[in-house]
Design a protein around this ligand. Structure first.
Ligand code: AP5
Length: 229
């Protein structure tokens, strides 16, 4: 399989839905590279706002460290800013958004305004307990953002990024067992109901995200190719 990019087709917009550690970021980066779509992670946008010390970032910091959801108002403002940039016209992979009913409805309105639609919502099904191990073992390259795991996705050479050669590896402040459990609770209370929301819209697929990274990748690739028509 190869060669199909978004350059000669209409934009395809996807949502990756799943709890912390389900593999949303890992798979979104794969889809970005393979299909030329744009990964749009509200978690990354919020972490950038925290690092930049913006008003939104200051308000979000403690909420994120407690594993709770940041307010819809802040998240929607950040998302709308990002959606206003030209590159998203290629199609997006929404990673970590929407997370509440209000966010899902706001996204529907944004898509309608832009004359676009959500083509496919993919729910990554996983076991909660395994997610604590996955998230606690995660680290990323501080330069290019490539994601790794102590057990499941090691760098080829210890401490050196396979992709860009950097030795700057970092771990997230909210990646500890206690906070992951709060994030899982928030997911089940506020985000999991969106599975039924998108099922009613007829655009939901579910995949087994407990499988190995490459197997999950193959399943997702199949869904995207079908969405491309
Ligand atoms: P966010 O950054 O979105 O984090 P999250 O949803 O908790 O998800 P993660 O990034 O932890 O997991 P992932 O699914 O991307 O997994 P990954 O691919 O890294 O949100 C952080 C916080 O920001 C929230 O708690 C909230 O406060 C706030 N926020 C963000 N968006 C918001 C919104 N819309 N509304 C309100 N608040 C918001 O994989 C994890 C690890 O497992 C990696 O090491 C990877 O290598 C490994 N791995 C991946 N797949 C597999 C596999 N199949 N087998 C084995 N290992 C695997």
């Amino acid at each position: 399989m190869g060669g199909a990019t978004m350059t000669d087709t209409r934009p395809v917009n996807l949502i990756l839905l799943g709890p912390p550690g389900a593999g949303k970021g890992t798979q979104a980066r794969m889809l970005e590279e393979k299909f030329g779509l744009i990964q749009l992670s509200t978690g990354d946008l919020l972490r950038a706002a925290v690092a930049a010390g913006t008003e939104a970032g200051k308000a979000a910091k403690a909420v994120m460290e407690a594993g709770q959801l940041v307010s819809d108002e802040i998240v929607l403002a950040i998302l709308k800013d990002r959606m206003g940039e030209g590159d998203v016209a290629k199609g997006v992979i929404l990673d970590g958004f929407p997370r509440t009913q209000a966010q899902a409805e706001a996204l529907d309105a944004l898509m309608a305004e832009a004359g676009q639609q959500i083509d496919s919502v993919i729910s990554l099904a996983v076991d909660d307990e395994a997610m604590v191990t996955r998230v606690a073992g995660r680290f990323t390259c501080g330069d290019c953002g490539e994601g790794y795991h102590d057990s499941f996705k090691q760098t080829a050479k210890a401490g050196v990024c396979d992709k860009c050669g950097s030795t700057e590896m970092k771990r997230r402040a909210d990646d500890n067992a206690e906070t992951v459990r709060s994030r899982l609770e928030a997911y089940h209370a506020q985000t999991a109901p969106l599975i039924a929301y998108y099922e009613r819209q007829g655009c939901l697929s579910e995949i087994d995200a407990m499988a190995a990274i490459k197997a999950v990748e193959a399943d997702l690739e199949g869904i995207v190719r079908r969405a491309l028509g």
